[in-house]
Design a protein around this ligand. Sequence first.
Ligand code: BDR
Ligand code: CA
Length: 314
Amino acid sequence: MTAPRKIIIDTDPGQDDAVAILLALASPDELDVLGLVAVAGNVPLALTEANARKVCEVAGRPDVKVFAGCDRPIAQPLLTAEHVHGATGLDGIDLPAPTMPLQAQHGVDFIIDTLRAEPPGTVTLCTLGALTNVATAFARAPDVVGRVAELVMMGGAYFEVGNITPAAEFNIYVDPEAAAAVFASGVKITVASLDVSHKALTSRDWVAGMRALGTRVGEVVAAWTDFFERFDTAKYGSEGAPLHDPLVIAWLLRPDLFTGRQVNVEIELEGRFTRGMTVADWWGVSGRAANAFWLGGLDRDGFYALLSERLARL
Ligand code: BDR
Ligand code: CA
């Protein structure tokens, strides 16, 4: 058996971030979670770092290292999404204040030190929020860029257009300068955008299945899903809600569930109506070099079966 892949999860929990973290922690044979780094996004940093710790405690993993990273984007004020995730970021069920510690080290320093300490090409960065921490690490320590195995992100939208502006997806829009730096870095990138996450809609049966697990994790995941489904079904008119962030972890576990294409992606920084847009050259018409693998297709039922099977382990 091959050794589990070492990952750092950079996150702004967020109910869907929380499910992604649970999926990773439920998969120790394949994934070794070196640490969670919180970033400001869905809610301010003080909440995202506390939420990351709450999620670890729900998973029965108070040993996981959780760090606080950047509290604001590189070049603009923080935009949050309480309208989607609730005032706590994890609305849907009351969770106790975490008792496990927050690591003293800044999350950006943790990313830098880990990439320097581990053998080159062995640490995968999984980003579930704005790219502020990663871009800051790359700017502060350019030597670590070439040591990243790969980066798998939830962010962006092309065929599905935006969810926070008509053109931009939330994670990219929160910190477009950070996204632009990461896409220009030369790191191997895989993108789970709205194009694929809008194919990952929850269903009533799946939520009922979570509840029927009879475990704390099942109860909590069902409650979170019930909460954010209310917003998304009102917005999209669909029956379920897209579970965006767990796709990043699912890609690492089961790439066979996805299809995609190697494309050039540029981040629009100046557009009057399109700032934060991920301009994905799907048809290769720009002549610009490909810099990312853009996921497009998903075996939706396979994805939810994977989630059910893994979350039942916790
Ligand atoms: C992304 O934005 C956040 O609100 C979610 O957690 C997800 O990472 C979807 O656009
Ligand atoms: Ca997120």
